[in-house]
Design a protein around this ligand. Structure first.
Ligand code: NAD
Ligand code: WQD
Length: 337
């Protein structure tokens, strides 16, 4: 299949391009490079031997999208392009609604004009807000606790209404839990700009000497060691989840919703100790107050994805940490190094 990958130069999009190529699909990347670098395309070519077609531009720009669809006859779209920093979304909510909601609506409008009716959307476990229990199933109530989460929830709801009005469309909402890890070549990985918001990139930067120590946000949660528990999923497993959704559902009309997680929870200290063992060095940390908006525990029930897509996560915590460390130690300054 020829697949338009919006945000394909980003962390999850670039790994998905590699898996698409490996499985015989043809990705076409669009990205405005606001949170990624064009060198990612070189790395994809280095790993796969194929350089994806690339057009630089913004999903909010209708004339750009018209050009993209006029240039490439794509069968389906995977829509990663978006902004994802929770803290920034509190400071600049309109920026998040503009990119994540308006950008998505604009994309769908231009897909419709180009007669393409198959879409996979990057959603997030954040749409469950503070779940009443774990593991989380797809039919749990949704709620947003910050503008980023609300932008994902709004986009999901807009897509549901749109699919209802256009029943021939296939729209798949994939709710990712906590993506971590990197390509096992050490050539691609996560390259956050500025101070990392997420746990594993922060730990990796401490291990490589870019930061002094990790702040652990709270050790008084009702969890086995008091620190927050999350469902960390290897980015290549996540990428494969998109391939499974594409293979099974690209031509199945309907609105389809799946959790993409492992079903396993790990605490902050589990992650820290796993990283210390792999990097063979102590990782200094200090306990800090809880971070506003954090929840104690969040992990998926991934049974629905397994039953319908035939997909489940394969890579264990050791592999997630080893791959992160290979990427970070080979590229201490990310793609800019
Ligand atoms: P990323 O920032 O690495 O990738 C997003 C890409 O989209 C970047 O390359 C960026 O330059 C591009 N982009 C942003 N705005 C754009 C615009 N207006 N037009 C064109 N391109 C634009 O992030 P990621 O971690 O790869 O996340 C991909 C998607 O998955 C996002 O929608 C994110 O909200 C969602 N998601 C991520 C996580 C996570 O923890 N990484 C978890 C759940 C959901
Ligand atoms: C994980 C755990 C922190 C950093 C966020 C978004 C979510 C999704 C994934 C996009 C928590 C603790 C973290 C640090 C720490 N993104 N922590 N020190 O908060 O589960 O989810 O990313 O959709 O929407 O909210 O991930 O990696 O930030 O935190 O102690 O410096 O690590 O408190 O328990 P989170 P995270």
């Amino acid at each position: 299949m020829k697949v338009l990958v919006t945000g394909g130069a980003g962390y999850i999009g670039s790994h998905t391009c590699i898996q698409l190529i490996k499985h015989g699909h043809t990705p076409v990347v669009i990205d405005n490079l606001c949170n990624s670098k064009a060198v990612v395309l070189d790395r994809i070519e280095c790993v796969t031997g194929t350089r994806p077609a690339f057009m630089q531009g913004d999903v909010r720009d209708s004339s750009f999208l018209k050009r993209v669809f006029a240039t490439h006859a794509v069968d389906s779209v995977i829509h990663f392009a978006g902004l994802k920093a929770v803290g920034e979304s509190v400071e600049k909510p309109l920026k998040y609604y503009d990119t994540n909601v308006s950008g998505t609506l604009n994309l769908v409008r231009e897909m419709q004009a180009a007669n393409i009716n198959s879409l996979i959307f990057s959603s997030s476990a954040t749409v469950y807000g503070e779940p009443a229990s774990v593991p989380i199933q797809e039919d749990f109530p949704t709620a947003a606790t910050n503008p980023y989460g609300r932008s994902k929830l709004m986009a999901e709801e807009c897509l549901r209404d749109f699919q209802h009005a256009n029943p021939d469309w296939s729209i798949t909402l994939l709710r990712y839990f906590n993506p971590v890890g990197a390509h096992d070549s050490g050539l691609l990985g996560e390259d956050p700009q500025g101070t990392p918001n997420n746990l594993l990139p922060f730990v990796a930067q401490v291990a490589v000497g870019r930061r002094e120590k990790l702040g652990v946000f709270g050790n008084d949660y009702p969890t086995p060691d008091g620190t927050g528990v999350r469902d960390y999923i290897h980015v290549v497993d996540l990428a494969d989840g998109h391939l499974a959704a594409l293979d099974k559902l690209a031509y199945q009309a309907g609105i389809h919703v799946f959790n993409l997680g492992t079903g396993q929870g790990h605490s902050v200290l589990d992650m820290l100790h796993a990283f210390e063992a792999v990097a063979k060095r102590p990782i200094p940390y200090e306990i800090k107050p809880r971070r506003a908006g954090d929840i104690a525990e969040c992990y998926a029930d991934p049974a629905c994805a397994k039953a319908t897509l035939g997909w489940s996560a394969k890579k264990d915590l050791q592999t997630m940490v080893e791959d992160t460390w290979r990427w970070q130690s080979k590229n201490p300054n990310g793609y800019g190094g």
